[in-house]
Design a binder for this molecule. Sequence first.
Ligand SMILES: Nc1ncnc2c1ncn2[C@@H]1O[C@H](COP(=O)(O)OP(=O)(O)OP(=O)(O)O)[C@@H](O)[C@H]1O
Ligand SMILES: [Mg+2]
Length: 249
Amino acid sequence: MKIISSYSIKGGVGKTALAANLAFALRDAGHRTLLIDLDPQGAVAFYFRVGSAEKFRMRDAQSMAEGLRSNIRESDFPGLDIIPSNLGYRHFDILLDGMAKRRKQLRKVLEEFKPHYDVILMDCPPNITLLSENVFRASDVILVPVVPTVLSQRTFEQLTGFFRDEDLPGGILHPFFSMVQKRNKMHKEIMAELTELHPGFLKTTIPFSVEVEKMGARRMPLLAYSHASDAAQAYRALCSEILIQLSQL
Ligand SMILES: Nc1ncnc2c1ncn2[C@@H]1O[C@H](COP(=O)(O)OP(=O)(O)OP(=O)(O)O)[C@@H](O)[C@H]1O
Ligand SMILES: [Mg+2]
């Protein structure tokens, strides 16, 4: 089983759009997939038309695992299960803070799901907290959407700096360009600069597309209603690129 996270310090960059479509694409490729929403905003449940998670008490890794397990929902797409979030997740950091080995609890919790899934994909909230540190230590691959703007570039550099300072393995960070506008000169310049500075950027870029924005109205992943659009093809290409990375681990 491999663990992938969709993560960025910055909000609104396409983390959830990626998580929903990558989960769909992974399951299409025959991988038993569990999509876990760690963000109290609960957008994953909304997109997949499942209810939010029941509240559960989190005292330690075991009760956290039990609570998550009791909230597994089948999606409309066989082979893809979902653990939605709930507003109680806003206390995640406080709960983790009270536990021993507080940066490694999530990794321990996810062990529980190993026999049942080929891939676990986590949609993360935008910030850098104790929960994020748990995500960093639990993930085999962290996908980081970077919109080619100065502020997005800055938060990506904060993240690589944090990994350096904390001696975390920077190789697990896989940034990619998100919401790219082909004709935007500034996008082109920032993409050229960043790929030179960070050769680890994925080759696939996700274009800015109104088709993606329609996910909110259609309430399903783009790949389920717009198979041939540029953005759908880009999500599938990104999935193939990630599967190659995973096969090399
Ligand atoms: N490639 C894209 N083209 C156009 N719109 C997009 C694209 N990706 C995401 N969006 C839209 O941008 C908004 C933010 O996207 P999304 O929710 O995926 O970002 P996020 O990083 O998960 O945000 P948050 O930090 O709030 O969790 C949504 O309305 C979504 O429909
Ligand atoms: Mg999100």
